[in-house]
Design a protein around this ligand. Structure first.
Ligand SMILES: [Zn+2]
Length: 93
């Protein structure tokens, strides 16, 4: 299991604990899955200098988490909610 430095994704993984039920593997995605059929991954900034590399489905799950958390956070500490289109495509080495 890859360690993720973002609260959102890590918590979702703990809640679902569904790694065995993934419909597809995506070795490039930092999310817990299930992943998108489209293997494309993009770079989501997670604060500071860190990023999460996510497929579209895991990105949507993270955004859902952020929207939920933002209801409990003061305006200054709220998560950003970028669009998928605005994220940089992850460049494979
Ligand atoms: Zn994914």
């Amino acid at each position: 299991m890859k360690e993720i430095k973002t609260g959102g994704i890590y918590k979702i993984r703990l809640l679902l604990n569904n790694e065995d039920d993934d419909v597809l593997n995506n070795n490039n995605c930092d999310g817990s899955g299930p992943h998108s059929i489209n293997p494309e991954v993009r770079v989501l900034p997670t604060g500071g200098d860190s990023n999460a590399i996510l497929c579209f489905t895991c990105f949507l799950r993270e955004l859902q988490f952020r929207k939920q958390r933002n209801k409990e956070l003061s305006k200054e500490s709220q998560f950003k909610l970028p669009s998928w289109e605005s994220l940089k495509k992850y460049a494979y080495l």
